[in-house]
Design a protein around this ligand. Sequence first.
Ligand code: FAD
Length: 380
Amino acid sequence: MDYEFTEEQRMLQDMAYRFARANFAAVSQESDEHEAYTAEIRKKAAAQGLVGAWVSEEYGGSGAGCVGNAIITEELSRVDMGIALNVTAATFGCEAIFQYGTEDQKKTWLPPVCAGEKVSAGAFTEPNAGTDVAGYKTRAVKDGTDYVINGNKMFITNGTVCDFMVAACITNPDEKRHNSFSLIIVPADAKGITRNKIHGKLGIRASDTAEIAFEDVRVPQANLVGKEGNGFRELMHFFDTTRVMVAAQALGLSEACLETSVKYVKERTAFGQPLGAYQLTQMKLTEMAIRIEALRGLVYKSAWLIDQGKPDYTLAAMAKFFGGQTAVFCANYAVELHGGYGYIEEYPVQKWYRDAKILELYEGTKEAEIMTIGRYLQAK
Ligand SMILES: Cc1cc2nc3c(=O)[nH]c(=O)nc-3n(C[C@H](O)[C@H](O)[C@H](O)COP(=O)(O)OP(=O)(O)OC[C@H]3O[C@@H](n4cnc5c(N)ncnc54)[C@H](O)[C@@H]3O)c2cc1C
């Protein structure tokens, strides 16, 4: 048993944090205020090997695996989780291509994303089907050698900035719900696609979120990922790894809340003493620190197990569930410890408070995680 990162992983950790400090901090407030997607930062990050590091070297990544990707995600999210998403989610959707795609698909779609030249998206959620993954309505009908796609997608990260997306589409409408859809690669510039940015998000405002409409969109049938009708299983497998990364985002954000709070309570005085001298303050810091350490264990154990080829999906769902809770908890205490200053934009904790909530919503709401954990526990 070894709890230490390797020398290489420690260097990656240090490099990722320094990259975020140097590139995110100065534009954090502005990109939050103006909902500005930071393409230049993504490209710079790619040049440092921080985009798609989980992808193996033969397809353009650096083969850092799930642990390496969790390290990057944690360190970038420690500075600004919204901007971090523009780096870490630049490959979103590619997990399915990597896991289930053909050799040709992997060679075509993965390298340009890892190089920062292109951006991908995972287009699954629909206006009337989020948690109910098998309730999608978007149809892909065969016509000659193509699929013709019609339907709508909602809340798609990178929706207006992506070059292609992996979309869930009903291909087998006569089958039972869980056997009815497939994952298909759709170039974002295909004729018949309309993309509209969603404005006014509570947090992660630097990340691009969009609704997407498909109207008679033609893509070659060669763009099918995996097997036709197997989309549900592929998507569940996909989420089993991406969930760990959401938990790593939560870890980074929670750490930022604790670090900033510790610094603040040492400096701020009340009743003649620093806030940190009071046991009520210490209790808040302690509760944050304990949760962060427990989360760290969940994140890195589940990431390590994936890299060992022994994924524990229950643990990954636990990491995602606990991560969301921990981030919301820590951000709440961070605002409280900063008092009135925690409520104004001069201090970043108000932003982290807004950013944290998404961790309990996307890639499975906390209720969805509970259902997953409950089901897995009984299936063992
Ligand atoms: C900023 C942002 C980025 C996103 N990025 C992406 C993306 O890149 N790609 C993508 O495909 N999607 C994305 N999503 C969508 C996200 O994954 C969904 O919003 C989420 O899965 C919930 O789906 P929903 O919004 O349809 O809510 P619903 O499924 O309608 O759920 C509403 C509430 O009901 C609860 N609920 C649902 N079913 C049950 C049940 N059986 N028992 C108890 N409670 C239940 C839910 O937990 C939730 O609290 C994103 C969302 C946001 C806000």
